[in-house]
Design a protein around this ligand. Structure first.
Ligand code: FAD
Length: 358
């Protein structure tokens, strides 16, 4: 976003309480795959072109690799959904018995071309470098505390470093989006869900495909699973309810695999427990039994920002001049961010405008 705004002639200062890629952007799976929703397909094509251009520009590698995606029905109950999903994205049914990498009792699979993987931290760092080249400045390790408003327009940001005078603030604080916005008297219902990833040692032979289990919800279905819980639900421990776990597995150029992913409502910034990691490992070994011997070298989780309808939110918020957002990127922010940032810089929010959430 910083790059798009700088190239549009804005004077840009990026303020982040962490470093580059401190949130989910630097720690996600880096899977960019086709999905049935047309708006996602459109943003995917734009994103792949944008990351490819970023890689060509250098100097930071993005590790952009085309990977066919195997949409996998592990159990019979997942087959109908997998078939419908595959039909919507042009997937072709494959005979899984020909693939010795996989267990021999899986229900069915469909091959979907056109997806890529990338290194999330590489891509985020490369984007930051491109923004610097475009003239953007960075203030890292500096938390924004309050947005200042005077006479109905943004007049600055109070941050760790003091008061930064400016006429426009774009709030892009991921799962913390609504909290900074509220200091300007605006509010958006952006909630937070947590997801986990595992990283393995070398896997030899590497997986022939990136594998996505057909148990992961589509965007519109995901939104209700991520709504903020009520006080009554918290009292009944609903926030600790088991997360949804659906296998997402892909090889990386260095020979290891990333294994995800999960979804659970999240109120705390700290991880809520290790149970999901065990369930992810279980799922991976169910799909490819030989993985049982592969070492797991790390596991971590991150938080995704969710809107109630599953669509991102882009552009002006409320009546305050100079107050914008780019957020609600859910589980597909690497895929959607480039196209949404371009729209923000062009002042064209389209279907992602904030008014729909008011
Ligand atoms: C486990 C997991 C796997 C995922 N896998 C994929 C995937 O394979 N493909 C895909 O497309 N997407 C994936 N995603 C989703 C993707 O990572 C997110 O949608 C995307 O990173 C969101 O970007 P963001 O910039 O909105 O938020 P973030 O990346 O969370 O960035 C928000 C930033 O705001 C900063 N911040 C917060 N509050 C303040 C403040 N008050 N002042 C200053 N700075 C502040 C934080 O430090 C952080 O750097 C995954 C997410 C998770 C959690």
């Amino acid at each position: 976003m910083a790059r798009f705004l700088a190239e549009a002639g804005e004077s840009v200062l990026v303020v982040d309480r962490g470093g580059i890629g401190a949130g989910a952007s630097g720690r996600n799976g880096g899977f960019l795959f086709r999905q049935p929703a047309p708006w996602i397909a459109e943003l995917l094509d734009e994103a792949i072109g944008w990351y490819r251009a970023l890689e060509d520009e250098g100097p930071v590698p993005v590790d952009l690799c085309p990977w066919p995606m195997l949409l996998l029905a592990v159990e019979e109950a997942e087959l109908a959904h997998a078939r419908a999903y595959a039909a919507a994205v042009g997937g072709e049914e494959v005979d899984l018995r020909e693939h010795s990498w996989l267990a021999d009792d899986l229900a069915g699979g469909f091959l979907v071309e056109g997806g890529v993987t990338l290194d999330a931290m590489g891509a985020t760092t490369a984007a930051a470098e491109a923004a610097r080249r475009g003239g953007a400045l960075f203030l890292l390790g500096c938390e924004g505390k309050r947005i200042l408003v005077a006479g109905g327009r943004v007049s600055g940001l109070v941050a760790d470093e003091g008061v930064i005078r400016c006429g426009r603030v774009v709030v892009a604080t991921g799962p913390r989006l609504r909290f900074l916005l509220r200091t300007a008297g605006a509010d958006l219902p952006v909630s937070s869900s947590r997801g986990w990833l595992l990283e393995t040692g070398r896997v030899d032979p590497p997986p022939p495909y990136a594998i996505e289990q057909a148990a992961w919800p589509e965007q519109a279905e995901m939104a209700p699973l991520s709504l903020d819980p009520t006080l009554g639900e918290v009292a009944a421990s609903a926030v600790n309810e088991p997360s949804l776990v659906s296998l997402l597995l892909g090889g990386r150029p260095a020979g290891h695999c990333l294994i995800g992913t999960s979804l659970a409502r999240s109120l705390l910034e700290e991880p809520e427990g290790p149970g999901t990691v065990r369930r992810l490992a279980e799922r991976a070994v169910r799909v490819a039994p030989h993985l049982a011997a592969v070492p797991v070298v790390a596991s971590w989780s991150g938080r995704r920002a969710m809107t109630p309808d599953g669509l991102p939110v882009v552009g002006r918020v409320g009546d305050i001049e100079g107050l914008d957002v780019l957020g609600g990127l859910s589980s597909i922010g690497m895929l959607t961010a480039p196209g949404l940032a371009r729209r923000l810089a062009e002042g064209d929010s389209g279907p992602f405008a904030a008014e729909r959430l008011a």
